[in-house]
Design a protein. Sequence first.
Length: 907
Amino acid sequence: RGGGRRMWRIAVRRDGTLPRHRLNHVRDILRRSASSQQGSGNDGAAQRLAKWWRGQAQSHDETGDGTEGNSAHDAVVAANGASAVQYPRVLAVPLQRRPLLPGILLPVNVADAAIAEEIQALRSQGRPYVGAFLLKENIEEGNKTMEQAEEDMHEIGCFAQVHAAVADGKGGTQVLLMGHRRLKRTGVGSKNPLVVDVEHLKDHSYDASDDVIKATVMEVVSTIKDLLQTSPLYREQLQYFAQHSGGFHDASKLADLGAALTSAKDTELQEVLEQMDVPERLNRTLLLLKKELELSKLQIDIGKKVEEKISGDQRRYFLMEQLKNIKKELGIEKDEKSAVVEKFRERVKEKGDLVPKEAAETIEEEINKLQALDPSSSEFNVTRNYLDWLTGLPWGVTTKEVFDIEHARKTLDEDHYGMDDVKERILEFIAVGKLSGSTHGKILLLSGPPGVGKTSIGKSIAKALNRKYYRFSVGGLGDVAELKGHRRTYVGAMPGKLVQCFKSTQSCNPLVLIDEIDKLGRGHSGDPASALLEILDPEQNATFMDHYLDVPMDLSKVLFVCTANMLETIPGPLYDRMENIRLSGYIAEEKFQIARRYLDPQARDAAGLRPEEAGLTDSAIRVLIDDYAREAGVRNLKKLLERVYRKLALKLVQVEGKELEQARKEGSAAPNPEGAVVQAKHMVTETDLEEYVGPPVFAADRLYEEPPTGVITGLAWTSMGGSVLYIEAGVLEQGEGKGGIRSLTGQLGEVMRESASIAHSCARSVLSKIQPDNRFFSESALHIHVPAGATPKDGPSAGITIATALLSLAMEKPAKKGIAMTGELSLTGRVLPIGGIKEKAIAAKRAKIKEIILPEGNRRDWKELPQEVKDGLDAHFVKVYDEVFEACFGNPAQIKWQEQEEKASVV
Ligand code: ADP
C-alpha cells in the first residue's frame, strides 16, 4: 500500500488455473481498474496482473475447463479484520433491490457519484467497509437514484466489505459487496454522501444443541440440496459460503444463506435480516426455501410442458431419423431407397450374364435414376414399378425341354381318353422336336367344339414337354394394350400378357395357350390381330417389344398353342402360320369312357365322396349321355355328374351323417371288413336320374321321329359341333305364274339363301324330267324354313337337302326313313364336297340315323374316320343329284312308271 498500489489476493486452483467464472470476474475488475486509473502512472501491478491473467485465460481455454465447483481456493478475498469498534459510523449504501445478508456476496450498482467517490476513497484508505441498507418499498423508481434520505432506508442493514468497485462507464459504479454482520442505524453522521451512526448487532443467544434447531438445520440443508438439483444457479453462492463460513453447522449463517438463495420478495428477505432470533430466522428461511423449491419445480414442469408441446412432432422426427441411422449402422434395415435399389441389384446379379445387354443397360440406367428421386414422389413409384418388372423377368431362364416320346405318350394318356389322332399329332410334333432339337417357331391350333378338351390337352402338352403352362383368352379382346402393354406414361400402366406370362412362369420357354383366337375382338384402339401376329410370328417374335417394357424380349422359345371353335373367323395371316389339329367331338361310346374313367371319379372327389360310398351305374351314365348331354364335347356331362354327386353328398350327410363318419373312422383305423358293418354303397341308377338332374331335356335332334312329306333331315356343322337339322318346305299359295321361293326363314345366312335358290332350280329340272306334266314348281309360292331359328345358320352344305325337301313336297312323297344328307349342289345337279364330315357323322349317330348321303368328294374323309364312328352308319357317296334322289325316293323310272300305272288305273 506504500506506493498507493492496490493489493489483490487471488486464490487459484492447485493446478494453477482459475475457474471460468472467476476469470470473467477478474477480467471485469481489470478492465475497470485499468480505465479508472489511466494516467495515474502506478498501474504497473495491474498490468502485470493483466499479463498473468491473459496467460491464465489462455491455459483455461486450452484445458477447456468451464465447469465450476471442484476448486478449493477460488475466490478473490480481501483481508477481513474489520471490527465493530473501528466502525461506529459507516457510509450508507442504498440497495435498490434485495437486502444484503451476512456471508453473502452481492453486486450492487451505485448510481450516486458522491457515494461512488466515497467508496473509492475508502478503498484507497484501506477501509473498504460500508453499511448496506435496503430502500423502502414505497420509494418510487424514479427517485431511487437521487440523493437518499435516511428515512427512505430500512433501519436494519448489513455491514459490508467492498470487494471491488469498478466504474461502468455510464456514470455509475459496480460494487461487489460482501455482507458481514447486521447493523442498526442509530443516527446521521453527515449527509451527501450519507454517513450513518450504527450499532453492530449480535444474534440473540440460542441453544445450538437443541434438537429442534438441529433438525431444522438439517431440513434447511436438505432443502438447499434439493434446490441445487433443480437449478445450478445457486451453486456459486453455496460454494463460496461453504468455504468461508466453515460449513453448514452455524444455524445463523445457514439461515442467512438459505434466505439469500431464494428469489423471495425484498420485504421477506428484509424480515429475515431483521430477525435476530436465530431459530425463528431459520424457520422463516426454511419456509422461503420450501416455497422456492416448489417454485422451481413448477418452473421445470412448465418448461417441460412447453417443450413437449413444441417438440412432440420434432422429437418424433428426430427419433425416427436416429432410429433409421441406428438400423443402418447395425445393418438391420436399409432405408427404403437403398433397400429397393439393393433388391434390384441383387435380382440382376442372380441372373448374371443371362440378362441381355440391352436390358442390363436399361436396368442400370433406371437404378441410377431411382437413386436421384425422392422416395415419396410419384415418379419414384413409376420407376420402381418399372424396375420391378424389368428385374422380375426370367431373362434367359428356361426349363429343360423333354422330347421323350414314351413319357409324352404316358402323360397324354393319363389325362385324356381317346383323341388318338390328336395325341398322334402331338407325338409327331415332339419327335420332330427331338430330331431338330427344338420346337421353335411352331404354333399349334386346336380347333373343335366346346368341351372336347382343347384347353386341357394343351395343359397336358406342357406337362409332356416339361414346359411351364400359361393360359390367357383373347375372346372379345379389343384393346391392344392387353397384349402389348401400355406406355409407361399412363397412370396405372401395365405390361402386356406376354410379359405377365414370363413373370408368372419365371421361364422363357413356357407353353402359352391362347384361348378363343377365333373370337378376337375388333380393336377400338389398334388391331389386336396384328398385335397377335407380331407375337406369334416366328419371323418377328425374337425381338418382341412390349410398350411398357420397352426392351426387346425373345418370344422365340415360347410354344404357342391356340384354341378355336371355328376356323373361318381366325384372321387369315394368323391362320396361315398355324398347324391345325382338329378335335371333332365324341361319339356316345367315347363320352361314356371319358365319363367312366375321368369325369365320374373327378366329380366324386370334388364332392368329397369316396368310391366305396357312392357311384353311378354304367346305364345311368349312358342315359345321361343319350338323354341329357348330347353335345359334341363333355362339358355338360361333367356338370351333370357334378350335380349328381353334390346332391348325393347332401343326402348322405343329412340322412346318414353320423354313420358315414363312423364308417369312415373304422375304415381308416382298421380295414377289417369281416364282421364290421360295411356302409352300403349308394349307387345312382338310370331310374334315379330324374331325382338328381330333372327330366331329360328335349333335344332339337328329335324334332321328328319320322320326317313327313316336305321335310328332310340334313346334317350341319357349327362351332358347337355337328348337329342334325331339318329342312321344311311348304306351299303358301298356288296359281298360274306364282312359282318361286316366297319366303325363307330360320336365320339363314347369305350362302344358304343362295343354296335354296339353286336347289329350287335344280329340283324343278329334276321334276321336269321325271314328271313332265307336274306344274308344281311353276305354280307354287314356296316357304322354306329351318327350325331352331335362334341359331344362325349358313353354309352351302344344305343344298341337296333343300332340293330333296322341295321334291318331296312336289311329289307328295316322304323320303326314306332314317336317312340324312349333306352336300353342296350346283345348278347342273352336281354334288360338291363339304367340311366337317366327322362332326356330322357323330351327330348323325347321336340322332340314331342309319343312312347318310355324302358327296363323293368326301369319301376320303370318311375313310379316315375311326371305325367306331362309322359303325352302324351306312354311307352313300353321290356325284350328281340324281343319285340322291334315288337313295331317297327309289328309282325315278319306277316312280314315273308307277304313277302312270296309278293314273291309268284311276282312269
Ligand atoms: P375346351 O377347351 O375344348 O372347351 P376343356 O379342355 O375345357 O374343353 O374340357 C372340358 C372338360 O372335359 C375338362 O375337364 C377336360 O378334362 C374334360 N375332357 C375333355 N376331353 C377329355 C378326354 N378325352 N378325356 C378326359 N377328359 C376330357
